[in-house]
Design a protein around this ligand. Structure first.
Ligand code: CTP
Length: 395
């Protein structure tokens, strides 16, 4: 990790800490001006390794060669306008820039500066050069309030979790998902009763968001069509927010002709109020009871069968409370899925509003596989391993 002199440097301590906890060996290099904002001690405290500052250190003149050779990925966060200019020119005047020249690892740069500086044509030209000619990943900046309270971006550095996702992608992107188009549906749908009330369900969206993020880390172009969720959209994905099942269907049907992998993890409401009221229903008008007539929503996954891209792969979900495998197997066939993730809503730690899941994965070409209780992030990886295996067999 390189850290250059911007106020966002305080966030980079978190990145170094998170990466270390995830099992990475993190060597942090600070520029002279970075040390005006954070100290080397802050980083060595979280990485357990000495933080580096000098091109000419006790280790000798080859420090940058060792760092460049050992790195699996180099991330500079924050990357100031001055650093971007020096990196774009191939300058070798400090330890970070020399390391960049010495490495052949993927490079992720996270710009951070005032929005006026960021939009300056010279900064933009430097970024274009770094991206297009040197093939560095430019992650961010984000929109939003800047440190001095002036300007609304783009200019602020992306958040630590987003930086970590970019690093993950730089490390992980390989295999059959690279460059593939992946569609994921996620979350609940909301079916309006009147302008302020709806029928919904307890889906949080976590499972689908985890799949979308993991597929992006593996190098896919991901579109996430999501019902209302309190989760932040995953990094790097095209995010299509919808409310109702009908809106989700329209969004999905507009995409599936061009997607290589479809994952239907949304908890779509099977029914919607037939006659939603145009104005808020008043308690006095409703009397002592309110009767709502529901009509069936279309089955989104089934409706895509005839429009799916030929050779594409589709994954369904099934949430059951009884006869898990036989109910799930019926859905695998009727909706023409290649893989189906079945879970039992009555199992502790599985289903809605928890961060874990206990699933059985059914496949058109093998026996059901029962996985142990694990986090939804881990389930996403297990599922994508099987998606990749299917794709590899097909090509
Ligand atoms: N699904 C869908 N559109 C619907 C209902 C379900 O696309 N209107 C998808 C889900 O995203 C999931 C799969 O179909 O991938 C199975 O969903 P599930 O709710 O378990 O099954 P249903 O077909 O609705 O059957 P039931 O509720 O009767 O079990």
């Amino acid at each position: 990790m390189g850290v250059t002199g911007g106020i966002a440097a305080y966030k980079s301590v978190q990145v170094a800490r998170d990466l270390t906890r995830l099992g990475a060996t993190v060597d942090v290099v600070l520029t002279h001006s970075a040390q005006k904002f954070v100290t080397p001690l802050s980083f060595s405290g979280v990485t357990g390794r000495p933080a580096l500052t000098d091109l000419f250190s006790a280790e000798g003149a080859a420090l940058h060669i060792r760092l460049g050779r050992e790195a699996d990925v180099v991330c500079v966060a924050p990357a100031t306008a001055d650093f971007l200019a020096r990196a774009a020119q191939g300058r070798a005047d400090d330890l970070i820039c020399t390391t960049l020249l010495a490495t052949r690892a993927p490079v992720v740069l996270c710009p951070a500066m005032n929005d006026r500086m960021f939009s300056h044509p010279q900064v933009q030209a430097n970024l274009a050069h770094l991206r297009d000619h040197l093939h560095y990943t430019i992650a961010g900046p984000a929109d939003g309030a800047l440190a001095v309270g002036e300007g609304e971006g783009p200019g602020r550095m992306i958040e630590p979790w987003q930086i970590e996702e970019h690093i993950g992608r730089a490390l992980e992107a390989s295999g059959p998902l690279i460059g593939r188009k992946v569609l994921v549906t996620a979350g609940p749908t909301r079916e309006p009763l009147d302008p302020v009330r709806y029928l919904g369900n307890r889906s949080s969206g976590r499972m689908g968001y985890a799949i979308a993020q993991a597929a992006w880390r593996r190098g896919a172009h991901v579109t996430l069509v999501s019902g209302p969720s309190s989760l932040a959209p995953p990094e790097g994905v095209d995010f299509v927010p919808v409310e109702t099942a009908m809106q989700m269907r329209e969004a999905v049907l507009g995409l599936v002709a061009n997607t290589d992998v479809n994952v239907f993890s949304a908890a779509v409401a099977d029914f919607r109020p037939s006659n939603p009221h145009a104005t808020k229903v008043k308690r006095a008008d409703a009397g002592g009871e309110m009767i709502v007539t529901l009509e069936a929503n279309p089955d989104i996954a089934a409706d895509t069968v005839l429009v799916r891209k030929s050779g594409s792969l589709s994954v369904g979900f099934a949430l059951e409370t009884n006869d898990l495998i036989s109910n799930a197997a019926k859905k695998l066939v009727s909706k023409q899925f290649d893989l189906l993730v079945a879970n039992d809503a009555t199992e502790p730690g599985a289903g809605f509003e928890v961060s874990t899941n206990k699933v059985t994965i059914l496949s058109t070409d093998g026996e059901p596989e029962e996985l142990p209780l694990m986090t939804k992030d881990a389930v996403a990886e297990e599922l994508l391993d099987r998606v990749c295996a299917h794709l590899a067999r097909r090509s």
